[in-house]
Design a protein around this ligand. Structure first.
Ligand SMILES: Nc1nc2c(ncn2[C@@H]2O[C@H](COP(=O)(O)OP(=O)(O)OP(=O)(O)O)[C@@H](O)[C@H]2O)c(=O)[nH]1
Ligand SMILES: [Mg+2]
Length: 203
């Protein structure tokens, strides 16, 4: 077993996690002092729920009743060794163009320039097909050469057959490659161990 980095060990232990800050302007990013992993996806796809499940916390990251609630980049500190970053969601139909531009500048700027970003988790709803926003996000990640993982979440909402069917649909639509995607459920914990293992590989 290779030796774990301090960040990977902190992720596995998930002992002292605390909300650090919500960033709405790139100038307010915390110092780039430890590795970080960001979580991206459409509004309401289950980003915050996945982070809570990953950390084994019921409510560290606020789960929204209303879609589109997460406006800033929300930084969570793990033992001072690692940041997890909950990114604001995209693809919410009713946002005005100005709000969409704001989102692109903030999230695009962050993904493009953050030196300590070790990898990104792109979360999609296993029941739906890949959306343009998901492809745009993957395009950015590939362009920058950032390590990424695609998570097909809410698997608890489908039967076994439907999971296989939808997995094939999303594999074809997004092309992450089998080693880069995970079937997941924040509700029953499916895929959590695999996710943890793969994220440690980023660190
Ligand atoms: N059944 C089921 N419901 C889920 C799962 N993950 C999230 N949800 C539900 O989906 C809704 C949205 O979850 P969030 O975790 O707030 O999603 P989000 O992507 O953080 O949403 P925004 O921050 O608003 O973009 C909530 O009602 C969750 O309870 C899952 O794996 N299974
Ligand atoms: Mg959220």
């Amino acid at each position: 077993m290779p030796e774990q980095s301090p960040a990977a060990a902190a992720l596995a232990a998930a002992r002292n996690c605390r909300f650090e800050k919500s960033v709405v302007r790139l100038a307010d990013l915390p110092p780039a002092s430890v590795p970080e992993i960001a979580f991206a996806g459409r509004s309401n796809v289950g980003k915050s729920s996945l982070m809570n499940r990953l950390l084994g916390r019921r409510n560290l990251v606020r789960v929204s009743g209303r879609p589109g609630c997460t406006r800033g980049l929300n930084f969570f500190d793990l033992d001072g060794k690692l940041y997890l970053v909950d990114l604001p969601g995209y693809g919410f139909a009713k946002v005005p163009a100005s709000e969409r531009r704001r989102w692109e500048e903030l999230v695009g700027g962050y993904l493009e320039a953050r030196e300590t970003l070790a990898g990104v988790v792109l979360i999609v709803d296993i029941r739906h097909e890949a959306k343009p926003g998901d492809r745009q996000m993957l395009g950015w990640l590939k362009e920058r050469g950032l390590p990424f993982l695609v998570v097909y979440t809410k698997a608890d909402k489908l039967s076994g057959n439907a999971i296989s069917r939808q997995t094939a649909v999303l594999d074809a639509g997004l092309g992450p490659g089998r080693d880069n995607r995970i079937v997941f459920s924040a509700k029953n914990g499916r895929g959590r161990e695999e996710l943890l293992y793969k994220l440690q590989g980023f660190l």
